[in-house]
Design a protein around this ligand. Structure first.
Ligand code: TGC
Ligand code: FAD
Length: 389
C-alpha cells in the first residue's frame, strides 16, 4: 500500500532487530490512537496533553536508553531513534517533551550527577512522576551559551542562583530544572533546582506560532538558594551541557524523519484522491515531481540517521557527525513539510491536516538545539580545522 511504500521506500526497516521493530510498533500504535486524532486541537489550543505523561512513562519512552537500574530500558541507539521518529510523527512537541526529559534532564543527572542523585531522580523521571527541564539558553545567550549571565554565587558549601533562562521546553510543567550557571570563578556548573524553591518562577510563552503543543517558558531565578547536594558534582565547564545537547540532537535527527513521513504520507494519499481538471492530481507531472523530491529527501534522512545510529552503537560517534545529521534532517523535513502543505492547496493551511502544523513546528526544530548555521560551523570546524563562529 502507498503508506508503507513511501514510509520505507528503501526497506530500511529490514535492518532493525526484532526488539527495535517491537518498540517502534508499540510507540506507533500509541501515537496513532492517542495523539494523531487530537494533535491539531491541542496545537490550536496551545496545550500539551499532560494527562498522557503517565502513559508515556509506562510506554518506556522517557530515558529509554539509560540502564535499567535507573528506570531506563537500556535500549539500543537505533531503538531510541525509532521512538523519537514515531513520537514526532504525532507532533514535534511530543518528541520534544521526551527529548528534554530523557536526553537533556535525565542524561545530565545520569552523566554528571552523584550516585545518590541518580537513584533519587532517574526512576521517578523515567515513569513521568517527576518532570524535568533544561535551562541553558538565556534572553541574550542562545547560539553562544558560553556568554551566559546566570550566576551561581557560592555561600559556604551552598550556592545562590540568579539569572533568567528563556525558551525552556517543559519549563512551567517541570518539578525540577537543570540550570546551568557560572560560579564565582566563571566556570559553568550544573544544578538540580526544585521548581518550588523560593525565588524560582516559570512563565509560559504564549505567543508562539510554532511548537504550540509544547510547553515553552521563561525561567526566573531571583536569589534561589541551592543546597550543595543539588549541584551536579561532575559537571565543570561548557562541555557538560554541550554533551547533553549531543544526545538530544541525535534524537532530533531521528524525530524529524517522523514529521517528514507524516507529511509525505498525507501528500501522497491526498494526491491520489484530489481531482482537478478531471483526473487525480497524482496523475500530473508536476505533482509527481514534487512527491519524488519529497521521497528523495526522506530516504536521505533515513540513511543518514541509520548510519548515525550505527556509529553510536559502535562507539565511533563524534558530535560533528550528530551536527551534520541534525542540520540535514531538520532542514529536509522542513522542506518536505512545505512541499506537502503546498500540494494540499487551501486545505494545506488548515490544522484539519497535519502538514502545516508539522511545517510550523519544524521551523523551531531547524532553530533549536543549534541553528542550521551553528551546525554548519561545527561541521566546518571539524572538517577544516578552522574556527569560524
Ligand atoms: P567549544 O570550545 O566548542 O566547546 C567547549 C567544550 O565542549 C566540547 N563540546 C562538546 N562536547 C560534546 N558535545 C558537543 N556537541 C560539544 N561541542 C563542544 C568541546 O570539545 C570543548 O571541550 P573541552 O574539553 O576542550 O573544554 O565551545 P564554544 O563556546 O566555542 O561553543 C561552540 C558552539 C557554538 C558549537 C556551542 O556553543 C553550541 O553548540 N551552540 C549552540 C547552542 C545550542 O545548541 N543550544 C541548545 C539549547 S537546548 C535546546 O535547544 C533544547 S530544544 C528542546 C529539544 O531538544 O527538543
Ligand atoms: P541567536 O543565537 O541570537 O541567533 C540568531 C541568528 O543568528 C540565527 O539565525 C543564528 O544561526 C545566527 N547566528 C548566530 N551566530 C552566528 C554565527 N557565528 N555565524 C552565523 N550565524 C550566526 N534552550 C534551552 O536551553 N532549553 C530548552 O528546552 C529549549 N527549548 C526551546 C524550545 C523552543 C520552542 C525554542 C524556539 C527554543 C528553545 N531553546 C531551548 C532555545 C534554542 O536552543 C535557541 O533558540 C537556539 O539555540 C538559538 O539561539 P537564539 O534564539 O538566541 O538565536
Amino acid at each position: 500500500d502507498i503508506v508503507a511504500k513511501v514510509e520505507d521506500f528503501y526497506r530500511i526497516s529490514g535492518l532493525w532487530t526484532e526488539e527495535e521493530r517491537d518498540v517502534q510498533h508499540a510507540v506507533r500504535h500509541f501515537v496513532d490512537e492517542q495523539i494523531k486524532p487530537f494533535a491539531g486541537q491541542w496545537w490550536q489550543a496551545g496545550e500539551f496533553p499532560v494527562s498522557l505523561i503517565p502513559e508515556l512513562g509506562r510506554l518506556g519512552v522517557l530515558g529509554s536508553n539509560l540502564p535499567e537500574e535507573y528506570g531506563g530500558s537500556a535500549l539500543s541507539p537505533l531503538a531510541y531513534g525509532l521512538i523519537m521518529q514515531e513520537l514526532e510523527r504525532g507532533d514535534s512537541g511530543l518528541r520534544s517533551f521526551a527529548s528534554v526529559q530523557g536526553a537533556l534532564a535525565m542524561y545530565a543527572i545520569y552523566r554528571y550527577g552523584s550516585e545518590e542523585q541518580r537513584r533519587q531522580y532517574l526512576p521517578a523521571m523515567a515513569s513521568g512522576q517527576v518532570i524535568g527541564c533544561f535551562g541553558l539558553t538565556e534572553p541574550d545567550a542562545g547560539s553562544d551559551p558560553a556568554s551566559m549571565l546566570t550566576k551561581a554565587h557560592q555561600v559556604g558549601d551552598d550556592y545562590v542562583l540568579s539569572g533568567t533562562k528563556r525558551w525552556i521546553t517543559n519549563g512551567h510543567l517541570a518539578d525540577i530544572a537543570i540550570v546551568w550557571a557560572k560560579d564565582d570563578t566563571g566556570t559553568i556548573r550544573g544544578f538540580i533546582v526544585p521548581t518550588d524553591a523560593p525565588g524560582f518562577s516559570a512563565r509560559p510563552i504564549h505567543t508562539k506560532a510554532s511548537m504550540r503543543m509544547s510547553a515553552t517558558s521563561e525561567l526566573y531565578l531571583d536569589g534561589v538558594h541551592v543546597d550543595q547536594s543539588l549541584q551536579l558534582p561532575h559537571a565543570k565547564g561548557l562541555g557538560a551541557p554541550l554533551s547533553c545537547l549531543t544526545q538530544a540532537r541525535y534524537g532530533i535527527a531521528w524525530g524529524a524523519i517522523g514529521a517528514a513521513m507524516d507529511c509525505l504520507v498525507e501528500a501522497a494519499t491526498y494526491a491520489k484522491t484530489r481531482v482537478a481538471f478531471g483526473r487525480p492530481i497524482a496523475a500530473t507531472q508536476l505533482v509527481q515531481e514534487r512527491i519524488v523530491d519529497m521521497q528523495t529527501r526522506l530516504v536521505s534522512m533515513q540513511l543518514m540517521a541509520r548510519q548515525l545510529g550505527w556509529l553510536y552503537q559502535n562507539g565511533q560517534l563524534d558530535y560533528a557527525h550528530v551536527s551534520l545529521a541534525k542540520r540535514h534532517n531538520a532542514r529536509a523535513a522542513l522542506e518536505i513539510a512545505r512541499m506537502s502543505r503546498e500540494l494540499l492547496g487551501g486545505n494545506g493551511i488548515s490544522t484539519d491536516y497535519a502538514s502545516i502544523r508539522h511545517m510550523a513546528n519544524l521551523e523551531t526544530v531547524d532553530t533549536y538545539e543549534g541553528t542550521y548555521e551553528i551546525h554548519t560551523l561545527i561541521v566546518g570546524r571539524n572538517l577544516l580545522g578552522e574556527e569560524a563562529f
